[in-house]
Structures are given as C-alpha cells and as structure tokens.
Ligand binder design. Structure first.
Ligand SMILES: [Zn+2]
Length: 359
C-alpha cells in the first residue's frame, strides 16, 4: 500500500488526490441514485428511453441540472423547469458516496483494498437506499459483497494478511446469530444475507465490531424513529387490520374457503408506506379448504391503511374466525448495518484493539 500522505508525495499532490477522489465519489453517487430508483422497478439503468427527467414535469434534464451535489444547491432544491421540490435524497446519496470514497483513500492509500472499499461503499449505499424505500435488501448487493469476500479470501492466501479460513469462519459465525434474530422477527432475511456476505469479506475478527456498531446504531436510530410516530398509530393499525381481516375472512368463507377445523394458519407480511405485502406463497395449502384470495386481503389493507408505515403484520386464523392480529414496528436495519460494515472494513483492527484496551 502507498499512503497518499507519504512524505515522498508533495502536499499539493495529496490535496489534488483527495479532491479527485471526492469528485469521483460524487459522480458514482449520482449513478447510484439511478440504480436505487430503477432496480426495484426492473427498469434498465441506462438507455436513451431513460434519460434522466424531472419526476414532476417529465422535462429531460440537461447536464447542467445533473452536476452532483452542486446542481441541487444552485437550483435551490427546485426543478429549473417547473419549480417542483427536488428530494434531498439525491445530494445525500452523492455526498455519502463522496465522503466514503475520500475516507477510504485517506485510510487505505493506493492499494487493492481501496478498490474493494469503493465497490463495497457503492453496494452498501444501494442496499441502504433500497432498504429505506422498500424495506428489503436486494439479493444483488449481498452477492456483490460476497464476490468481494471471495476476492479478499484469495488475496489472503497470497499475502497472508489474515489466515484465509478466517474469512469463511466470519461468514458462518455471523450468519448463525443473525438467522436466529431473523427467526424472532428482529431482522429480515436480507439483513442475514448482507451480514454473511460482509463476514466473508471482513473475516471473523472484524465482522464482530461491524455487527456491534450496526446493532447499537440500529437500536438508537430505531428508538428515535419511534418518537416520530404519532401516539396511538400502532393501536389504530391493529384495530383496523383486525376489522379488515375479519371482513375478508367472512368473504372467503362465503366462497367456501376456510381453515380446516383442526388447523391454525398464520399469515405474515409487512405494511410499508401504506402498502401491504402479505405473500400468496406464505399460505399452507394443507391448512385450507380452497385457496384464499391473498391479493384481495392486501388490496383491502392498502385501501384502509394508507397512513400506516413500517409495520410487520401477522394474522392467525382458525376455522371459526381471525383469532389474533399483531402489528409490530419494524426498524429498517440495512443503513445501520452498512455503516457498521464499512467502519469495520476501514478501521476494524483499530476498533478491536481500542475495545480490548478498555477491558
Ligand atoms: Zn420539473
């Protein structure tokens, strides 16, 4: 590794280097914005049909409107053509990428680890953005990070910076406790995949601080988020969903669709920004006489719960009626875990020795 603060570099070059990395990060960040928005909709990332346009008036944006970070400032956060408010998320993503890149080059210097850090930062930013939007971490992001993990494992074989099997232990060691957390509903399956992939990249020594930072930040962030939810929302969501579920189950029974006498069926899903996603494949066909219309249930929940955001929902049904409805607040963990993973990638050994010094 060659540090950019190396004495052999004139100071001037160091500054140029930092500025260039910041600009590169901002440009990549502006591309990541497109990925975050288009990937979940299965739209192509590039192509002439898909020139960047204003979300309000549809006007195609000129290069001048697309300068990362600065365009937002110069345009005062408004579209140049229709004056519609532009979401601050664009410059937040651009600035986050720029800072992550700059921090990486200052910490890692010019090395193969730096290239890995850039790709890692990009994958984590996309994972966090989509998690915030959709409450799910896309599989693709975890695959990219696992790919970096494989590369890091191969590099370890040659450089011996850590035993190569530490990477494998890292993936296995973190997957087990996170899978348990997921089983209790504290995390989603996407979180488990993300952490397993990160474990492969970081190795077991560094995945521990990554998880610790992620969980602590998540707990703090989750509590703060909770404060912003108006009182009684949860109770309201629960009462409304029970009422809707009962109405829906009556309709199913009229069509001769019901839970068999000696069985209990539980349906799970989440309501996010007023959209319910109880999955049709979560039903157990052995429990039912006929096939329940899950799409109808989602439709009815969507119509009534448009105000409700970020609740995990579960319904328990027996032959007779809906016996239980639970609504549980869900924390979007992806961004917190991402901060933990990235901090551990850059500073893992420093964090571990600092913590060991405390003991
Ligand atoms: Zn516009």
């Amino acid at each position: 590794m060659l540090s950019i603060f190396d004495e052999r570099f004139p100071m001037f070059y160091t500054v140029i280097f930092i500025v260039m990395t910041f600009v590169l990060g901002a440009v990549i960040g502006s591309f990541l914005n497109v990925v975050i928005i288009r990937t979940p909709r299965h739209e192509p990332i590039s192509g002439t049909h898909n020139r960047s346009h204003c979300m309000s008036c549809g006007h195609t944006l000129s290069p001048l409107d697309l300068v990362p970070i600065f365009s937002y400032i110069f345009l005062g956060g408004k579209c140049r053509y229709c004056k519609a408010h532009i979401s601050p998320r664009y410059w937040i993503v651009e600035l986050t990428a720029a800072l992550a890149f700059t921090l990486s080059v200052c910490t890692l210097g010019l090395s193969i680890s730096l290239v890995i850090a850039f790709v890692l930062a990009a994958a984590l930013i996309v994972a966090s953005g989509i998690d915030i939007d959709r409450m799910e971490i896309p599989y693709g992001c975890s695959i990219v990070i696992a790919g970096l993990g494989v590369i890091a494992t191969i590099i370890s074989v040659f450089t011996g910076d850590m035993p190569w099997y530490d990477h494998l232990i890292g993936a296995a060691a973190i997957a087990v406790p996170f899978a348990l957390l997921a089983m209790f509903g504290a995390m989603g399956g996407g979180d488990v995949q993300l952490m397993a992939a990160a474990g492969l990249l970081l190795g077991w020594k560094n995945i521990i601080p990554a998880a610790a930072i992620g969980i602590v930040l998540g707990a703090i962030g989750g509590s703060l988020e909770l404060l912003t939810v108006p009182k009684g929302t949860k109770k309201l969501a629960k009462e409304k969903s029970l009422e809707i579920a009962e109405k829906w189950y009556e309709m199913q029974k009229e069509n001769d669709v019901y839970v068999l006498t000696d069985k209990t069926e539980a349906l799970y899903g989440s309501i996010f920004k007023g959209k319910s996603d109880i999955a049709p494949d979560c039903i157990d066909p052995k429990c039912w006489n006929g096939t329940p219309d899950i799409a109808k249930l989602n439709e009815m929940l969507n119509a009534e719960l448009s105000e409700v955001s970020k609740f995990g929902i579960s319904l328990v049904l027996t032959n007779e009626k809906v016996t239980k409805v639970t609504c549980k607040r869900q924390v979007v963990f992806g961004p917190y875990l991402s901060v933990g993973i990235f901090a551990a990638y850059l500073f893992g050994s420093t964090i571990v020795s600092w913590y060991m010094g405390l003991l």
